[in-house]
Write a protein that binds this ligand. Structure first.
Ligand code: KIV
Ligand code: NA
Length: 262
């Protein structure tokens, strides 16, 4: 199947087509999600929490994002692959943003990058777009600002959020993630901007939805946000399978004849 491009992703809004986005951080999960038909795979800096085990995404480095994006690129055939710029790799200056976004594109092969912030990120977004790099914005609850926000909290400042989403669009982004806002505000932002909104905890009115792979598969027990629908309980399945394996090894039931060379 032909890969989906950033302009096609953007054009989906005009057709009223809903966009299905999921995160992935490795070849195996990327391949499964791609074959299942997602429109876009986000290599999120949520890797810092669900893969690395940190309490926030702040410690994630650009080199780690490059590594994970390379793995995902080998598993993605059709999906648009968007890689997150981690904390402090684009906030210093637009030049820094372009240089680091360029590494995700050139070294890792990402199709686009994502960065957090609305009005305050517009120069960074514009600089990347001017360099030929498609940018997905991210407004509302922006996890890299968790300490400034005083926690992972629903964002309710309508004026600010509309200004942020409009600034992201005006800076040239092809899409924008809207995270952790009341449903009516998610719908209002979606009706205000011309680019597709991809919601997470932003209600059904957005143009698309994104979920963190480990949340949707029941693999991240540390905390379960209200918006994270669990589509599978792989955590329980993995635990049960591993318990059975331990039992069978200890009882001598594994390996059996069919797993043994003669
Ligand atoms: O890092 C991430 O997984 C994200 C999505 C939740 C939008 O930014
Ligand atoms: Na992220």
């Amino acid at each position: 199947p032909r890969p989906i491009t950033a302009p096609e992703f953007r054009a989906a809004k005009a057709r009223g087509a809903k966009l299905a986005v999921v995160t992935a951080y490795d070849y195996t999960s990327a391949r499964l999600c791609d074959e299942a038909g997602v429109d876009c795979i986000l290599v999120g800096d949520s890797v810092g929490m669900v893969v690395q085990g940190h309490p926030t995404s702040l410690p994630v480095t650009l080199d780690e994002m490059i590594y994970h994006t390379k793995c995902v690129m080998r598993g993605a055939r059709r999906a648009l692959v968007v890689a997150d710029l981690p904390f402090m790799t684009y906030q210093v200056s637009p030049r820094q943003a372009v240089r680091n976004a360029g590494r995700l594109m050139k070294e890792a092969g990402a199709h686009a990058v994502k960065l957090e912030g609305g009005v305050r990120a517009r120069d960074a977004i514009r600089a990347c777009v001017d360099a030929g790099i498609p940018v997905m914005g991210h407004v509302g609850l922006t996890p890299q600002s968790v300490h400034q926000m005083g926690g992972f909290k629903v964002q309710r400042d309508t004026e600010q959020l509309l200004a942020d989403a409009l600034a992201v669009e005006a800076a040239g982004a092809f899409s924008v993630v809207v995270e952790g806002v009341p449903a009516d505000l998610g719908a209002k932002i979606t009706g205000t901007v011309g680019i597709p909104t991809v919601g997470i905890g932003a209600g059904a009115g957005c143009d698309g939805q994104v979920l963190v792979f480990h949340d949707m598969m029941g693999l991240y027990p540390d905390f379960k946000p209200k918006f994270a629908k669990r589509y599978a309980d792989l955590g329980a399945a993995i635990k049960a399978a591993t318990e059975q394996y331990c039992r069978e090894v200890r009882e001598g039931a594994f390996p059996a004849a069919e797993h043994t060379f003669r």
